[in-house]
Design a protein around this ligand. Sequence first.
Ligand SMILES: CC(=O)N[C@H]1[C@@H](OP(=O)(O)OP(=O)(O)OC[C@H]2O[C@@H](n3ccc(=O)[nH]c3=O)[C@H](O)[C@@H]2O)O[C@H](CO)[C@@H](O)[C@@H]1O[C@H](C)C(=O)N[C@@H](C)C(=O)N[C@H](CCC(=O)O)C(=O)O
Ligand SMILES: Nc1ncnc2c1ncn2[C@@H]1O[C@H](COP(=O)(O)OP(=O)(O)OP(=O)(O)O)[C@@H](O)[C@H]1O
Length: 547
Amino acid sequence: MRGGDRHERATSVAQDGGHPHCLAYRPGASIGGLAGRPAPPDVAGGEMRLADALEGVAIRETACFDPDLKVDSVTIDSRQAHPGAVFVAVPGFKQDGARFIPAAIAAGSRVIVTAALPADPAPGITYLAVDDVRAAIAPISRNVYGRADERMRMLGVTGTNGKTTVAYFTAEILRAHQRRVGIMGTIGFDIDGEIIETPNTTPEAPLLHSLLRDAANAGVDDVIMEVSSHSLELHRADGIPFAVTMFTNLTEDHLELHGDMERYYAAKRKLFELAPESVAVIDIDGPWGRRLADEREATGSPVLRTSAADPLAGLRAENVRMSILCTEFELVYQDARRPVRLHWLGDYNVRNALTAAGAALSLGYSLDETVAGLEAAKPVTGRLEPIANDDDLAIIIDYAHTTDALAACLRAVRALSDRPITLVHGVLGDRVHALRHEMGVIAAHGADHVIFTEDDLKADTLEGVLADVAPALDAGPATWELIENRWDAIGAGVERARRGDILVIAGKGHERQLILGDGAGVIYLNEHDAVAEALAGRDPRALDPRG
Ligand SMILES: CC(=O)N[C@H]1[C@@H](OP(=O)(O)OP(=O)(O)OC[C@H]2O[C@@H](n3ccc(=O)[nH]c3=O)[C@H](O)[C@@H]2O)O[C@H](CO)[C@@H](O)[C@@H]1O[C@H](C)C(=O)N[C@@H](C)C(=O)N[C@H](CCC(=O)O)C(=O)O
Ligand SMILES: Nc1ncnc2c1ncn2[C@@H]1O[C@H](COP(=O)(O)OP(=O)(O)OP(=O)(O)O)[C@@H](O)[C@H]1O
């Protein structure tokens, strides 16, 4: 196998956490350097009276309530309980956290938040019963960790696709104006390139607020949060005073949690309901965005509509010109227009740039300052990211792993050049059969040659996934081949490309690990290294476009 033995790679994941700049998070750990800035005063937090920690929490009944107890942290996991920690017993999807109350008490917790008071309360323990346990986690966490979200400017972005891209775009504009920016999302909590790993896109409220406290203490000015529909449904982001909220788009995904599109939409809309004062920057180029803008406008809350098509939108892109090298358009806002040249590729990045520009304008930056920030923004790792090379190949790494994202990615690339597209991709093992088939249809119609390979197979196998995908690939116009090993598949893609050809590697983007099939574990996989290795090993004569 190229690039070494799978066992070695699995070991390297265990050693470095899978990302060169990833840090394991310890609450209270100092984040980053202050880069010459004066240290800000510490955000309040640390030990506090229980009564203060409970401000704003609707408590139904109590047992042995001691308002003067001192608490210093919040946890929803008994394995992290300790003296001073409020333990919230969450009725989970798999098990009831109330089962772990004895374990939390044994570990030292003296305050238990639960759905129902126990029949025989343990002596010296304060029990607090609430109607909605998950909804209680965020206000307690905000209080205990010092409401750091009031000390920084908070921006939230939701939508099916584009959240990470918009967050990074927005960060680049803010950084161009000397703001220290944290981005909390799929990639982790990224503060100036130093990434703290988080288990979720939007972490549970105790971790979220303890991260925010540490960020504020480290001098972070602005936090841009990707707010997932899961987190909104589960109240993780309740109470955050967002100054700006952003919506990208809504397409079919995560229906395993939400059930249907209407409920999925309702979950996303919660971000805007949570922050009625925020300026909502809404991409209205899709039907759900138009509906959201209309519904919000009807409530009297502020809305900035963005569009690359609608001449009535408040912020829009006109005269869009795209190539495989850059994207140009005119940004039009309040009758003023400015030319913009982006390093970013593809039509949806025009829309993502509009959303980010809308956020900056809503925060009071001028049109010229906003344009300067957009033009300085470098492509995000693994988001339609062109990989520089001396072989005149257009190699693009993209995180597209949903049907919509893959279709958008291939459409965007196709619009940039008439050269043939080779696509290296796989399909996630936990996707429903119809979606796997759909991925095959999109690949076979969007590319000229498909190298089908492994993606995170999880409990499934490549054969299992292929049973759904192969008929779609057989039926489509593209040629295709199967190369099971993803590293080899990338190598084969690079090797078959001729000068000027396009190679799209879709699915993993910034990720640095691959979940093998059949529960066989996780291995290290850096697609940027895979490409570099393949380029280094190329026979230069193979570049001749004549074949
Ligand atoms: C599907 C889902 O959202 N799961 C979340 C859920 O887990 P769960 O209900 O299954 O937990 P459970 O195993 O039943 O346990 C119930 C409670 O008992 C506690 N417990 C458990 C064991 C023990 O010994 N002691 C103990 O106290 C657990 O910590 C938990 O609080 O509650 C847990 C904490 O309450 C979350 O951490 C967990 O998120 C997991 C990590 C997860 O993967 N979530 C994903 C689906 C997610 O959040 N994704 C979104 C969207 C991503 C996207 O847009 O693509 C995200 O924001 O990342
Ligand atoms: N505005 C958009 N519309 C449609 N597709 C998009 C858009 N922006 C990005 N994409 C596609 O979706 C992929 C994921 O982009 P990004 O990571 O920014 O989205 P995300 O919402 O953070 O997704 P996830 O929650 O899965 O991480 C990109 O690689 C690209 O293929």
